[in-house]
Design a protein around this ligand. Structure first.
Ligand code: EPU
Length: 425
C-alpha cells in the first residue's frame, strides 16, 4: 500500500515551478488524432492520467516518441482502430474526448463509459446532444458508448443546457473536421478550452471565440502536423500551491503560471489576509496572520473553480470565525470533510453547503484521499497539522500532480512517500 506521511507543521518558503495543465493535456492528446502526421507537444505534465492516455493512444496504433519527461512526438498516421474499450479507458473521465476526436476521423467509434473521480453523478447527455446535432448516432449500452455516422459530420448550432467543460471540448473536437459551420452556445470558458482551440488552430482548424460563451467553428477538410505546441500551465496546481503557501503562513514564489487564470483564487486569498503579488508569469504569496474567514461559491470559469474547493476549505479550518463553502458544480464533493474532522476541524456539510468554524490547530490523523483535489487538500492539512499525517489512496493525487512530494519538500516541507515497509524520501 502506498501513502504519504506529512510531518507537520511547516512554513513553506522558496520557489516552485508549475507543470503543464492536466485538463488541457487530456484533451490535446486525443486531439492529435485529428491531424495527419506528427504532433510535437511540450510542457506535457508527467502524471498518471497522461501515462494512461498515452497507453490508450498506443493501443489504437499511435507511435509516441518520448523526448523528455515533458515532451513527446505523437504520430497517429497508423491509427486504424476506433475501438477504445478497455479497463484503462473506463478508469478515467477524460477518455470521453476520444469520442469527439475519433468521430472526426472514423465512421464508427466505441469507448468504455468513462470513470474518474467520484464527485457524484457525471452524465454525458450534453456530449451526446452535441454529437447528434452534428449528425452522429449515439447509443449507450453494456458499459460502452457507440457513436457512428453514415456520412461526414455536418456543422450545426449546439446549445448546451448546462455549462460543461467536457461537452464543450467534445463539441469542438467533433466539429473541427465537420462540413460547414458550427456554433456552440452556452459554452464553457475555462483556460483549457482556449488551449485546445489554440492547439487545433495551430494545425489549421478555424475556431473562434474560445474563452467566451459562443464558439464558432468553420469545418476544415484536414489538419496538418504541428512542429511544436506548449501546453498552458496548470491553473489548479498553481492554486494548490497558492493556498498551501497561505495556509502554512509561508512565502512562496510560484513560477510558470498565468496570473490572469488565478484571479478568483487570488481574490479569495486576499480576502483571507494573504498578500498576492503578480510578477509577469509568477505569483508570490505571503501570509503572516491567522486567516480571516470568508464565503466561497464554486462556479464555472471565471468563477471560483470547483477543483480548488477542498484546498481553500483548509484555510477556513484554521480561520478566525466561521466561513462557508457552497459547491455548485458537483453533488458529492464534501466527502473529504469527514477526514478533516478526524484532524480536529469543525465542519458540518449538508447538501451543497459546508459551514466551517475555524479552530486554533489541526492535529495529525490517518486520512483518505477521496478524489484528486481532496487528496491535495489532505496534504495541505498535513502541512499545517501538529504531528505526522498519513495520507492514503494517494493514487488519486498522482493522477494529477507532477512531482508533488518533491515540489513541497523543496519548499521546506517534510513529506515521505512510503510503499509497504519500504521507506524513502
Ligand atoms: N453535466 C451534465 N451533462 C453533461 C456534462 C456535464 O449535466 O453531459 C453537468 C455535470 O454533472 C456537472 C456540470 O455539468 O454538474 C459540469 O460538468 P463538466 O462537464 O464541466 O465537468 P467535466 O468536463 O466532466 C471537467 C474537469 C473536472 C472539473 C470540471 C468542472 C476534466 C478532465 N475534468 O470535468 O476536473 O471538476 O470540469 O470544472 O477536464 C479534476 O481535475 O480534478 C476534475 C474533476
Amino acid at each position: 500500500m502506498e501513502k504519504f506521511i506529512v510531518h507537520g507543521p511547516c512554513k513553506l518558503k522558496g520557489t516552485v515551478k508549475i507543470s503543464g495543465a492536466k485538463n488541457a493535456a487530456v484533451a490535446i492528446l486525443p486531439a492529435t488524432l485529428l491531424a495527419e502526421g506528427k504532433c510535437h507537444l511540450e510542457n506535457v505534465p508527467d502524471i498518471s492520467d497522461i501515462r494512461s492516455y498515452c497507453k490508450i493512444l498506443e493501443a489504437l496504433g499511435a507511435k509516441i516518441e518520448y523526448l523528455s519527461k515533458n515532451e513527446m512526438i505523437i504520430d497517429n498516421t497508423n491509427v486504424t482502430s476506433a475501438i477504445a474499450s478497455s479497463e484503462l479507458t473506463s478508469k478515467f473521465r477524460a477518455s470521453y474526448y476520444l469520442l469527439g476526436a475519433l468521430l472526426g476521423r472514423f465512421n464508427q467509434v466505441q469507448i468504455s463509459l468513462p470513470g474518474g473521480c467520484n464527485l457524484g453523478a457525471r452524465p454525458i447527455d450534453q456530449h451526446i446532444k452535441a454529437f447528434e446535432s452534428l449528425g452522429a448516432t449515439v447509443e449507450v449500452r453494456n458499459g460502452n458508448v457507440y457513436a457512428s455516422r453514415k456520412e461526414p459530420l455536418h456543422g450545426n448550432s449546439i446549445f448546451l443546457d448546462v455549462v460543461s467543460v467536457g461537452a464543450t471540448m467534445n463539441a469542438i473536437l467533433a466539429a473541427t473536421l465537420a462540413k460547414g459551420n458550427t456554433v456552440i452556445e452556452n459554452a464553457a470558458k475555462e483556460p483549457h478550452i482556449v488551449d485546445l482551440a489554440n492547439f487545433l488552430n495551430s494545425m489549421g482548424a478555424k475556431i473562434k471565440g474560445a474563452g467566451t460563451d459562443t464558439i464558432r467553428i468553420t469545418g476544415v477538410e484536414k489538419l496538418r502536423q504541428v512542429s511544436s505546441y506548449s501546453i498552458i500551465p496548470d491553473q489548479i496546481e498553481t492554486g494548490t500551491f497558492m493556498v498551501a503557501a497561505a495556509a502554512t503562513k509561508g512565502d512562496v514564489l510560484i513560477q510558470n503560471c498565468i496570473p490572469k487564470h488565478m484571479e478568483p483564487i487570488t481574490a479569495k486569498l486576499i480576502e483571507a489576509g494573504a498578500t498576492v503579488e503578480e510578477l509577469g508569469d509568477s505569483i508570490r504569496v505571503t501570509m503572516d496572520q491567522i486567516p480571516n474567514s470568508f464565503t466561497v461559491k464554486t462556479m464555472p470559469y471565471p468563477g471560483f473553480p470547483t477543483d480548488m474547493q477542498p484546498q481553500i476549505c483548509i484555510l477556513l479550518t484554521i480561520a478566525s470565525g466561521t466561513g462557508m463553502v457552497i459547491e455548485n458544480i458537483w453533488e458529492s464533493r464534501f466527502q473529504y470533510t469527514d477526514e478533516l474532522t478526524k484532524m480536529g476541524a469543525d465542519i458540518s456539510a449538508h447538501g451543497s453547503t459546508a459551514i466551517v468554524k475555524g479552530v486554533e490547530k489541526l492535529y495529525a490523523a490517518p486520512v483518505h484521499s477521496h478524489d484528486l483535489r481532496a487528496g491535495a487538500a489532505m496534504m495541505i492539512a498535513g502541512l499545517i497539522a501538529e504531528g505526522d499525517t498519513e495520507v492514503y489512496d494517494i493514487h488519486h493525487i498522482l493522477r494529477g500532480y507532477e512531482d508533488i512530494v518533491e515540489k513541497f519538500n523543496k519548499l521546506g516541507a517534510h513529506i515521505e512517500y512510503v510503499k509497504e515497509d519500504d521507506k524513502h524520501d
